[in-house]
Design a binder for this molecule. Structure first.
Ligand SMILES: [Fe+2]
Length: 155
């Protein structure tokens, strides 16, 4: 996983201290692992998502297509840095590719990845909206409050 994080940092073209950089990735990872404890999402996919989902951004705005670019990059790491079954790779690719689309329904692990990212919106001044979250655990007030407090440190 360390090697994947390094690859993501090497690929990242924006400010490493910016709102979509490694500090965000680390909080997304922590958010996702907390959710996975409750809902049994796949921890390895959640961690890979956290490190890779924003690594191919070209700007800090909406940057349409950054999900697809990151999905393609994740695919390119298979065989040396990423060792997943076909089915698990499909889940990782879907999670990364579509994380920018606002979808709220999919496989449990994919939804957990999206929630982990959306729970970190406090860094840009937004409290996560339960209606835009996917999993029951993420929608709980206690989860949102916990994540929101941590995300504000990233401001
Ligand atoms: Fe993100």
């Amino acid at each position: 996983m360390r090697a994947v994080l390094k690859a993501a940092k090497d690929r990242f073209a924006l400010d490493l201290r910016g709102i979509h950089g490694p500090a965000h990735w680390a909080r997304v990872r922590e958010n996702g692992l907390r959710l996975a404890k409750h809902n049994d999402a796949d921890r390895q996919i959640v961690e890979l998502f956290a490190f890779l989902h924003d690594c191919c951004r070209q700007d800090d705005g909406t940057d349409p297509g950054h999900g697809q670019r990151a999905a393609d990059y994740a695919q390119s790491l298979r065989g040396h840095l990423i060792d997943l079954s076909d089915a698990d790779l499909d889940l990782l690719i879907e999670a990364i590719r579509d994380h920018e689309l606002g979808r709220t329904r999919s496989d449990l692990t994919v939804m957990t990845c999206w929630d982990a990212d959306r729970l970190d919106l406090g860094r840009v001044g937004q409290r996560p909206d339960p209606a835009r979250l996917c999993t029951d655990t993420a929608k709980q007030k206690s989860t949102i409050t916990w994540a929101y407090k941590r995300s504000r440190v990233g401001r």
